[in-house]
Design a protein around this ligand. Structure first.
Ligand SMILES: [Zn+2]
Ligand SMILES: [Zn+2]
Length: 341
């Protein structure tokens, strides 16, 4: 395991192997077929929740972002903690966050570590990173040996930086799961992890380009999430681009100003509090503040995810608050929702 600023090798060999001999294991079983058989915008009548247009399956051609986990830190019904998977031409290429429960969703989606270019974490709260070791653990059975990049934030009091987090998690000598320590140096039939930390400067840090693949480009944007070093991500694939806000408060001023007028295809906004009295403050945007962000960025669609009972309980008022500044379509994600780009 080494901290580097640049990806040292491509995954083309692994991808070619995947395409030629492990097609089913690489996700074709769950994402191929009649990808374009989309249904119209629907509403979850039981909960009056607006849902985005959903294909029957994630497309096997082109790019799509799948919401693996649409929930938060409190165990609630059928929502896993936050996680996203970027698909390109039927292969899972980026895992963004691996919150509690997302390990199971990763498997349900047909994800395989063999095809991943990298894993990005927005921050090191358990609802975003709790299942990372499980994803690595299952990946250890795939025989992938191509190095794998992991990106996350720097350290702060009570929050290790990404490199220290990985050391404590799977360090070969004294990690909590030291038996997975082959990831540290690319031995024991496991790929070496190349860990990169992005300096967040309490949300005021400069955005950083991540050189991961020629098929897409990624920028990590520091955001303000109270005392927690945290990142949002912007991914451009062809003519499309999507923004993942991560957990962020309205004090993420640089994020908002840097991305003003960027017209993303989809803004995935973390919908954690409802803005009414009694809700926690300082860590997250209220719906009104999500609307302000969307109004400045002007995305073609907003998808609310990281949904919690407390945010959905007041959804009508939340949607009205967003609409004060953003009048485009807004939908609420469920686990395994897929958004073609
Ligand atoms: Zn969270
Ligand atoms: Zn958080």
């Amino acid at each position: 395991m080494r901290a580097l600023t640049k990806r040292s090798a491509s995954t083309k060999a692994a991808l070619a192997l995947c395409a030629s001999s492990l097609l089913t294991a690489c996700g074709a079983a769950s994402i191929g077929g009649d990808a374009q058989a989309a249904v119209a915008d629907t509403t979850d009548v039981a909960a009056n929740i607006p849902r985005g247009e959903q294909p029957a399956k994630c497309p096997s051609e082109g790019a799509a972002l799948q919401v693996l986990g649409s929930g938060g830190p409190i165990a609630e019904a059928d929502r896993a903690g936050t996680s996203y998977l970027l698909w390109i031409d039927g292969e899972a290429r980026l895992l963004i966050d691996a919150g509690s429960g997302s390990f199971l969703r990763f498997a349900q989606a047909g994800g395989k570590m063999a095809t991943l270019d990298a894993i990005f974490l927005t921050h090191l709260h358990a609802d975003h990173a709790g299942d990372l070791v499980d994803v690595l653990n299952t990946g250890g059975f795939e025989g992938r040996m191509e190095p794998l990049t992991i990106v996350g934030p720097n350290a702060a009091p009570r929050f290790p930086g990404m490199a220290s987090f990985m050391q404590r998690l799977i360090g070969k000598a004294d990690g909590a799961f030291a038996y997975n320590g082959g990831y540290q140096d690319g031995t024991e039939n496991k790929p070496e992890l190349i860990v990169r930390e992005v300096e967040t400067d309490e949300g005021a840090g400069a955005p950083v380009g991540l050189d991961i693949s020629n098929d897409y480009s990624v920028m990590a944007h520091p955001v303000h999430h109270g005392p927690v070093p945290a990142l949002g991500y912007v991914v451009e694939v062809g003519d499309a681009n999507f923004v993942i806000t991560g957990d962020q408060s309205f004090l993420s001023e640089r994020f908002a100003s840097d991305l003003a007028g960027s017209n993303p295809t989809i803004l995935f906004a973390h919908h954690v509090i409802n803005g009414q009295p009694g809700q926690p403050r300082g860590l997250h945007r209220t719906p009104e503040q999500i609307g302000e962000l969307a109004g400045a960025m002007k995305p073609a669609r907003v998808v609310l995810t990281h949904n919690m009972k407390r945010s959905l309980d007041d959804l009508d008022n939340g949607l009205a608050a967003i609409a004060q500044n953003y009048t485009g379509p807004v939908s609420v994600a469920q686990d395994l929702d897929c958004y073609a780009l």
